[in-house]
Write a protein that binds this ligand. Structure first.
Ligand code: SAH
Ligand code: SF4
Ligand code: F3S
Length: 455
């Protein structure tokens, strides 16, 4: 664990454990909360039985995400019987979404905090310790960006750095604008400082995070300006960003990406649907043609760019013909990877009110077919690399064999190869020899062989 908040002079107040659900934003938030707790004298444990405080950092994006947390909370409730002074807290999007209602079904929960209330965690814990009862804070802020709080990151090669919070896009299916509040950007300077700090602590890859990462803007500049600044921080070997919105992709951003070698040739470009009528009903603000043109522009600027996506099937009113249009766009683009979901109505959002909800059986059929198609596309995209040399960052030992490494391409795809003298976090040239499932297999091309090849 890398953490600059450790203060050995503090008397240990107890142990905490955080379980994180949902997106990378939540992973980054959990690291922020861990950093704050360590700073005021708590230490982290991974053993539920040892914990004095257990936080669940939760997600509300689909019904299933909330169900998972409900089950998890019920399954650890017994711990409190053995240790009544133990504190249970629910953080994040589901806490924000359900607020006090959560207490009706889960009266054993002590603390409920929304994503903009984490600065108050030490105070809230103290309040709870002083008197029994529930502590709830789900106020959303227009300003909170958690500047100057140092996260306590998990070991690894990648550091998540959140650059903005909230979302103002209001896609009609999405709960995020309600759980995360209004969009706001962190200062350029504090982001760069956090990146420098992450490099100092040994992280080689930086992933910039925001619900709408590319609508980042401050007085100093917009997202491409920030991205360029991060690319120039010495020691940053790779940069990724998640998730951009197609509406906010522009030439300047693609220009910056093409000019800096350490910015990965990868764009996650959520399509959501292929029909113009459905896109409009989703309030996605682009048409099918605009999306396809954008894909072409990306490939013009960055010829080997990987493109991944998110897709929802069974949005209210989606006809078979409209669903087929989604498949058609997939066939045209051949996404390297896709995250695919059945539409899940979220109470409070506009689409949940639509009267033409799609039958569950149809949704499932559409999803299964979509997943099957994407599997063939991922394999096809990976097979295209066979015979080519890709830059792979060494991440960890392969699960299959201690003689092999597992690494990632710039396009964020896994590659397995035999060990040589390279170390974790090195970027090496791998000649791709095979592709299976979502993985590729290859061999290291040593420098001498490269020179030989060129000659
Ligand atoms: N801000 C990101 C996405 C955040 S949510 C963006 O705009 O791309 C991640 C994905 O979950 C979305 O892209 C969408 O595909 C899916 N999603 C969001 N709400 C959903 C819902 N109600 N039902 C099913 N999938 C949903
Ligand atoms: Fe949700 Fe749309 Fe905002 Fe993404 S852009 S978080 S899908 S409202
Ligand atoms: Fe889930 Fe909240 Fe992220 S709803 S996907 S944890 S922003």
């Amino acid at each position: 664990m890398y953490n600059s908040n450790n203060n050995n002079n503090l008397q240990e107040k107890g142990k905490f454990l955080i379980e994180t659900f949902g997106c990378q934003m939540n992973v980054a938030d959990s690291e922020l909360v861990a950093g704050m707790l360590q700073k005021c004298g708590y230490s982290e444990t991974r053993d539920l039985n040892q914990a004095d405080i257990i936080f669940m950092n939760t997600c509300a994006i689909r019904e299933k995400a909330e169900e998972t947390v409900h089950h998890r909370l019920d399954s650890i409730q017994h711990l409190k019987k053995r240790k009544p002074e133990m504190i249970f807290g629910v953080l994040g999007c589901m806490a924000q979404n359900l607020k006090d209602d959560l207490l009706e079904s889960k009266p054993y929960v002590d603390i409920i905090l929304g994503p903009d209330s984490y600065r108050r965690i030490p105070e809230i814990i103290n309040n709870r310790k002083k008197q029994n009862g529930h502590e709830v804070d789900t106020r959303l802020s227009k300003y909170e960006v958690y500047d100057n709080l140092m996260p306590s990151r998990q070991d690894g090669v990648n550091a998540f750095v959140s650059i903005s919070r909230g979302c103002d896009k209001f896609c009609t299916f999405c709960i995020v604008p309600f759980t995360r509040g209004r969009e706001r950007s962190r200062s350029n300077e504090s982001i760069i400082r956090e990146v420098q700090d992450a490099v100092k602590n040994g992280f080689a890859e930086i992933t910039l995070l925001g619900q709408n990462v590319n609508s980042y803007r401050t007085e100093e500049g917009k997202f491409p300006h920030l991205l360029e600044g991060v690319a120039m921080v010495p020691g940053v070997k790779r940069i990724r960003y998640m998730s951009p919105h197609p509406q906010d992709m522009d030439d300047h951003l693609l220009q910056v990406m093409s000019e800096h070698k350490n910015i990965c040739n990868h764009v996650h470009l959520p399509l959501q649907a292929g029909s113009d009528r459905i896109l409009k009903r989703m309030n996605r603000t682009y048409t099918k043609t605009e999306f396809l043109n954008l894909v072409d522009t990306i490939r013009d600027y960055i010829p080997n760019c990987s493109i991944s996506t998110d897709i929802i099937v069974g949005f209210p009113g989606e006809t078979n013909v409209e669903y087929e249009e989604t498949l058609e766009v997939m066939n045209k683009v051949i996404f390297d990877r896709a995250f695919m979901f059945k539409y899940s109505p979220r109470p409070g959002t506009k689409a949940a009110e639509y009267s033409d909800q799609i039958d569950e059986v149809i949704k499932q059929k559409r999803l299964t077919r979509l997943i099957d198609l994407q599997q063939t596309h991922t394999l096809k995209a990976n097979q295209r690399h066979i015979g080519k040399v890709l830059k792979v960052m060494v991440e960890k030992e392969s699960k299959k064999s201690p003689q092999q490494w597992s690494g990632r391409t710039e396009g964020n795809m896994g590659v397995i190869f035999d060990k040589n003298d390279e170390q974790i976090k090195d970027i090496v040239d791998i000649l791709i020899q095979d592709a299976q499932g979502v993985s590729m297999f290859g061999n290291r091309v040593l420098e001498k062989e490269m020179i030989h090849e060129v000659n």
